[in-house]
Design a protein around this ligand. Structure first.
Ligand code: PSU
Ligand code: MN
Length: 305
């Protein structure tokens, strides 16, 4: 039998023993999503927010080929400054483990690690989605397929407006993934509370979100749920304000300055400059907000068991 090299952080091991609610966290947002030192500071604040809400954080990463469920402070600090960390999704997770490599987990890979550890709730910033121009590039994030098959509830602030949002939501509907807007009728769009798109489902109660996940399992329906949690009003960048910057950044990409894997980091960096840093501040606040909601869902989930 192939052994799975799993390492639980002391805090997560203790939480599992005592049946405490646990919230999974991804690490790609640390290594590829935010610059140092804001990445490590944010990761620490997100973990603290989850503890303050009565749950235990489990940040996932692959370190020297071992799947870590929860990181110590030292491991988190090292990861945030490392430059040789692979961005891992479903396709490359196993290869990284076998080769003894270091890797950060995307939403898809974090969901796989969470399922291994019996964790059913996960907080992040934004999910991957269908890229603009996907009708010719076929660039669709593996996060969407993962939501269709792995039973984890993912709390995000929607998807970034640099993606094709209508196609992203359409894809999830086809894949049978419940997309639940929290506390409003409209889907949020990461930096903004609005998107102009009506949510397929709305829920206002974390316990109902937890109960829906349990009912899907009881009904034999595989896959997870996506909770689209709007950024708090005081931290949002309204659509009228952010969209011209997004369009300007996208035009620079079309002009052929960047390609392939460089596109998203380029866009985020341009939008950071164009908004004079407000996009990063908003990003940090929405992740904290998602961590709080995920802790409530995890607590409700733990009560059901
Ligand atoms: N969206 C963000 N910030 C991020 C990511 C997405 O607003 O950091 C990361 C997440 O880890 C997500 C991944 O799972 O990018 C998706 O990458 P891809 O499109 O290559 O599947
Ligand atoms: Mn892609």
């Amino acid at each position: 039998m192939t052994q799975i090299p799993l390492t639980y952080s002391p805090e997560v091991a203790e939480a599992r023993k005592n049946g405490l609610p646990i919230v999974a966290l991804e690490s790609t947002i640390i290594t590829h999503g935010m610059p140092w030192p804001q990445n490590v500071e944010t990761a620490a604040r997100v973990e603290a927010e989850i503890r303050a809400s009565g749950a235990v954080p489990a940040t996932m990463a692959i370190l020297k080929g071992r799947i870590h469920i929860g990181l110590t402070e030292a491991e988190l600090n090292a990861l945030g400054q490392a430059t040789d960390v692979a961005k891992l999704s479903r396709a490359d997770l196993a290869a990284c483990v076998v080769r003894g490599g270091n890797g950060a987990t995307t939403v898809a890979a974090t969901m796989i690690c969470a399922r291994l550890a019996g964790i059913t709730t996960f907080a992040t910033g934004g999910i991957g989605g269908v890229h603009r121009g996907a009708e010719t590039s076929f660039d669709i994030s593996a996060d969407l397929q993962e939501l269709a098959q792995t039973a984890v509830t993912v709390v995000a602030a929607g998807a970034k407006a640099i993606l094709d949002l209508p196609k992203t939501w359409e894809y999830l509907e086809t894949a049978g993934v419940p997309v639940i807007a929290y506390g409003q009728d409209e889907l949020p769009s990461f930096w903004s509370r609005a998107s102009g798109l009506k949510a397929p489902l709305r829920m206002d109660d974390p316990a109902q979100i937890a109960a829906s996940a349990a009912m899907r399992a009881a009904l034999g329906i595989p896959g997870g749920q996506l909770v689209a949690n709007p950024i708090p009003k005081e931290h949002e960048i309204p659509r009228e304000e952010i969209m011209p910057h997004v369009e300007a950044a996208l035009r620079e990409v079309e002009a052929g300055r960047v390609s392939a894997k460089e596109v998203t980091p380029f866009l985020l960096d341009r939008i950071f400059t164009l908004t004079e840093g407000r996009s990063l501040t908003a990003n940090i606040e929405l992740v904290l907000n998602n961590a709080r909601l995920a802790a409530q869902i995890a607590a409700a989930s733990a009560k059901l068991n």
